[in-house]
Ligand binder design. Structure first.
Ligand SMILES: [Mg+2]
Length: 236
């Protein structure tokens, strides 16, 4: 399909957060929530290992299936249904608290609306490690409407994660897209710019730049979110 499509990253791109600080607060809240059931250090350690297994997913199962399989094996728990129900409730009831200290960048909403007005369909190309409820909640922190996206890459839908190139291949296949009509907008040199290998154009947003290796970014364009809006003539 030749429809112009913009793939937008969330953390550090649309949502102005320091990912390490956010992750710390998130684990603290989860640890409290499950304090009556799991020992804290083992719980968080195994959550991280199960998350790593999603990042290494070879595509045979959904990321959620891989997470559930690894997490419950590591915890030596067979109480899957009840625990997964509690995770779902956590994302609905407690997770929203983490947004209290996060201030939206008003440019994010303008970018989303502006790209749509210019005829782009939008994909939320955030790493596919979370349930849909958590991703929609974080979009709301950015004051961005989840309904503006034709696809949100949640852990139930996706079979790969960034920086696996197959994550981007799966998006192209799901929406029947041609890479030359797509552009990826993100803040992470390793996770987001890998899309260029499929022929997707890439825009590196530098406000919350992540570059683990210090390599020279290979992208079509780079600049701040404000400069990005000017590039698309959304801001004059
Ligand atoms: Mg990011």
């Amino acid at each position: 399909m030749k429809r112009k499509t913009a793939l937008l990253d969330l953390d550090g791109t649309l949502l102005p957060i320091d990912i390490d600080e956010f992750t710390g607060n998130y684990f603290t809240l989860l640890r409290e929530e499950f304090a009556d059931t799991f020992a804290g250090d083992k719980f968080i350690g195994n959550l991280m290992l199960a998350t790593k297994s999603m990042i290494e997913n070879d595509g045979a199962k959904s990321n959620k299936e891989v997470f559930v399989e690894h997490f419950f094996a590591l915890m030596e728990s067979d109480n899957r249904e009840e625990i997964m129900r509690r995770f779902d409730l956590f994302y609905l009831e407690k997770f929203p608290r983490l947004g209290a200290d996060i201030k939206e960048n008003p440019l994010s909403r303008r970018l989303v609306k502006g790209l749509k007005e210019k005829g782009y369909q939008l994909v939320l190309a955030t790493n596919s490690l979370f349930p849909i409820q958590a991703l929609k909640e974080r979009l709301r922190w950015a004051n961005v409407d989840p309904d503006d996206f034709v696809l949100i890459t949640d852990y139930e839908t996706m079979h790969y994660s960034k920086p696996n190139i197959n994550y981007y291949r799966e998006i192209l296949q799901l929406l029947d897209l041609q890479p030359e009509y797509c552009l990826m907008i993100g803040n992470d040199v390793q996770e987001d710019l890998v899309a260029v290998r499929l022929g997707i154009k890439t825009f590196l947003v530098t406000d919350y730049l992540i570059n683990r290796t210090g390599e020279e970014p290979q992208c079509h364009w780079q600049g701040s979110l404000e400069e990005l809006l000017k590039y698309f003539q959304i801001l004059e």
